[in-house]
Write a protein of this length. Structure first.
Length: 212
């Protein structure tokens, strides 16, 4: 707020005249600062006990929200891990039987073993121990089978000489069982799957097929 006062010095002006002659009027400025009244905050009027109870209520709601959001998140993460590991198990076994077929077509044998047992041993080695773990009797050798087929008629060939060059060899692992890891699926039946791979036998460099 401001007030101003005039000093009239020009002669001839009537008293109380509203006309201002700036050349003869001097303005004197006075500043007025009203007193500031202190305003109390609403929080200052709230008792300390009420503030403490509100803080505890907020903490309780945060705990409840965290529990409700954490449980579904953990279930989702466990489900992703379980399905991903099941895919890894099947891919590993598929790779193992492919390696067994590659070994079979070369007509190689291991020391002290026949052709079929040498192929089964190769599959077991490349399965990273999963062949034994996935077998009901924990013996992966019993779940692996080697079958030979005639390339023309596609009929199964058995007996001596069935692993001769030109025949089709099929290495398979059947009856494999994978139990789910996630606790919610423990009561569910395990995942059952089989894997197989095939190729054509090469001619033996020894002049004849090895003993099966």
């Amino acid at each position: 707020m401001a007030f101003w006062r005039t000093d009239r010095r020009e002669e001839g002006l009537a008293e109380g005249c509203a006309v201002r002659v700036f050349s003869s009027v001097k303005l004197r400025y006075f500043s007025y600062v009203p007193p500031v009244r202190a305003v109390r905050s609403v929080d200052d009027e709230v008792p300390m006990q009420t503030k403490h109870s509100k803080s505890l209520a907020r903490r309780g709601s945060v705990l409840v929200e965290s529990a409700l959001s954490t449980l579904p998140l953990l279930g989702l993460l466990w489900g992703i891990f379980d399905i991903g590991f099941a895919i890894f198990v099947k891919n590993t076994m598929s790779f193992a039987v492919r390696q067994g077929v590659r070994y079979a077509v070369t007509s190689q044998t291991m020391a002290g073993l026949g052709h079929d047992d040498s192929i089964k041993t190769t599959v077991t080695r490349y399965s990273l121990g999963l062949a034994d773990a996935l077998s009901p009797d924990h013996n992966g050798m019993n779940r692996i089978s080697i079958t030979y087929y005639d390339p023309v008629t596609l009929t199964e060939v058995t007996g001596a000489g069935s692993n001769a060059g030109g025949n089709i060899v099929v290495v398979s692992a059947t009856g494999l069982s994978w139990a789910w890891i996630i606790p919610l699926l423990r009561s569910a039946p395990p995942l059952q799957f089989s894997v197989a791979s095939a190729d054509i036998m090469e001619g033996s460099p020894l002049g004849g097929p090895p003993a099966r």
